[in-house]
Design a protein around this ligand. Structure first.
Ligand code: SAT
Ligand code: MN
Length: 593
């Protein structure tokens, strides 16, 4: 078997050899991350019809990929945490006994790479010279995955150099095998720092650095090491006076993290700039000044395409103008791409995401609702100059936001850390297309981490509570909701750039500059502190977006009991007491005439 191993790391060579003996590829290619290698992999992917080049004049360096039609999103029901005991995985994760998982997936891997190339993809999550960063090695038989990892991570020689002879690296094994949903499993072994994924070539199931390592495995490491690995964007806000602040914000998949991280302020916020540090994941540690410092472990964006246009997110549009991979969008015969919510209307005829002819006016979606772009973050015109800073950036506020048509006001500040952890741990959100096979409706998605907590959820909440005494100068905590609907079933708040208005209040509160209205459930903006200049929304509608409706809250808090009961004995008592106290306060307030 041919190989080009460029390392003397015995542990790494031994493991690659062991996996190659199992999967039996014809060739092994060690990725070096060079431009020449990227060019050659792109050529091979085109020759294999894995990628289709777009019109290179319009879309330089851009390619189209369509996944298997049964393989278009994360699969939470096939995702497992394989800890020695079921209790360690907790009630919110699927659990498989580690030996059983290795046996089951080992049987599928056996010979799965015959006739194929096994790519050895060394990568770093985090800046190459940061103490925050972690090295992973992904073995994959998907050239598409190898190319995506080249965009999403610091990939190749840089990672082997950082690793040296250390045995401390994440061992990620991935094969698309026969793409059969019956033989699809995403297994995590936190105790072994190992991930085995089989049967899917899609995003979060297959790019192992992202959700698997940077969230599920990292959240476990973070608990043991005293830091936080969170599903959060990181943004930089600079005021006209030159004050620079950073916030980290958690939203479930496909709820606008990329849009918020690339926000363009409305005209009346003249002189304000928002820049992006990260759009999906934050690794946060206590650092200088006793503050929480955050690093974005990724190097690219794997963003939702539909709805992206020059009005909603011009920075994302500029980020995808070149060197971008488009997955499951619609395209034209002459190498252009289209999706629902693009600036221009659909052309008369398209090839839909499945490869079938599509005519304008069809009720079928041309692009899959979870179609994605993979773009290098270097393309982002609003990239923060601290995006690669090994120290990270100091966080002034933590924001949590679900997709809720009712109850949750536009913005709400917690009374304190424990109350903030309680609000985040009970966050509800309506499900989206980012995961396959979920029931429609509201589900509890604590810290937007439900699918990504790599261990027992109650212990994860305890870790959040414990962090308070480790952070002398903690960020303030906020809930936001851009998705509240009116009686007509339409979104009330215009969202996108207008979210700057809520962000401004959050920054002012974080720097102790403005007052607030204290309600039973938390602090909300007073009219005089919330900038509505130039906002095109009726006063009545704004009031509805901001409203704390105690009848809705009572129902909400009562319904959280089921969630807390599910969490079982590791649910921290301060959180259940918060719930009870809040319920009593809401009931009492409702009785005041
Ligand atoms: O497919 S991913 O998991 O990477 C995207 C998402 O669900 O956030
Ligand atoms: Mn995400």
């Amino acid at each position: 078997m041919s190989t080009n191993a460029p390392t003397k790391n015995a542990a790494l060579l031994g493991w690659v050899d062991e996996m190659a003996k199992l999967a039996k590829p014809d060739r092994i290619h060690w990725c070096d991350g060079s431009e020449a290698e990227k060019k050659s992999l792109l050529e091979q992917a085109v020759a294999q019809k894995v990628l289709i080049p777009l019109d290179q004049k319009k879309w330089p360096g851009c390619y189209f990929h369509h996944s298997n039609v049964n393989d278009v999103a994360r699969v939470e029901h096939l995702t497992f945490i394989c800890t020695p005991t079921k209790e360690q995985a907790g009630p919110t994760n699927n659990w498989m006994e580690p030996k059983e998982a290795y046996r089951k997936l080992g049987a599928i891997y056996d010979g799965a790479m015959k006739g194929r190339t096994m790519y050895v993809v060394p990568y770093i999550m985090g800046p190459a010279d940061s103490p925050f960063s972690k090295v992973g090695i992904e073995l994959t038989d998907s050239i598409y995955v190898a190319l995506n990892m080249g965009i999403m991570t610091r990939m190749g020689k840089v990672a082997l150099d950082r690793l040296g002879t250390s045995t401390e690296f994440n061992r990620g094994m991935h094969s698309v095998a026969d793409s059969s949903p019956d033989r699809r499993f995403i297994c995590h072994f936190p105790q072994d720092n190992t991930i085995w994924s089989v049967g899917s070539g899609y995003g979060g199931n297959a790019l192992l650095g992202k959700k698997c390592l940077a969230l599920r495995i990292a959240s476990y490491l973070a608990k043991n090491e005293g830091w936080l690995a969170e599903h959060m964007l990181i943004l930089e806000a600079e005021s006209p006076e030159g004050e620079v602040s950073y916030v980290a914000a958690a939203f479930p998949s496909a709820c606008g993290k990329t849009n918020f991280a690339m926000l363009i302020p409305p005209k009346t916020f003249d002189g304000w700039s928002i820049r992006t540090v990260g759009d999906d994941i934050a690794w946060m540690r206590v650092g200088d000044g006793g503050q929480l410092w955050a690093v974005n472990p990724e190097a690219g964006y794997f963003g939702v395409v539909p709805g992206t246009n020059y009005k909603t997110n011009p920075n994302a549009m500029k980020s995808i103008e070149r060197d971008t991979l488009f997955t499951n969008v619609a395209r034209t015969a002459d190498g252009d791409v289209w999706w629902e919510g693009k600036d221009n209307e659909a052309p008369a005829e398209l090839i839909d995401w499945k490869g079938a002819p599509w005519k304008k006016g069809s009720t079928d979606k041309a692009a899959h609702p979870n179609s994605r772009f993979t773009a290098p973050m270097a393309n982002n015109p609003a990239l923060s100059r601290f995006a690669h800073d090994p120290k990270g950036v100091p966080i002034s506020a933590l924001i949590f936001g679900g997709r809720r048509s009712t109850t949750m006001p536009l913005v709400l500040q917690s009374f304190n850390w424990t109350h903030g952890v309680y609000l985040a741990s009970t966050m509800g959100s309506e499900t989206t297309a980012a995961a396959q096979g979920l029931k429609e409706g509201v589900r509890r998605d604590p810290m937007a981490m439900l699918p990504f907590i790599g261990y027992d959820a109650g212990s994860y909440f305890q870790h959040w509570l414990d962090m308070q005494s480790r952070i002398p100068n903690p960020p303030k905590m906020f809930m936001v909701n851009w998705f509240r609907k009116g009686a007509d079933g339409k979104f009330i708040w215009p969202g996108y750039g207008e979210n700057m208005r809520a962000l401004k209040w959050i920054l002012d509160r974080s720097h102790n500059r403005v007052g607030a209205q204290e309600t039973v459930v938390g602090y909300v903006p007073r009219a005089q502190d919330f900038n509505t200049n130039g906002l095109d929304i009726k006063a009545e509608a704004l009031a509805t977006a901001m409203k704390v409706d105690l009848a809705e809250w009572q129902e909400e808090i009562e319904s959280q009991k089921e969630w807390f009961d599910k969490l079982g004995p590791t649910l921290p008592r301060p959180l259940s007491l918060q719930r009870e106290l809040l319920l009593e306060r809401v009931k009492a307030a409702r009785n005041v005439k």
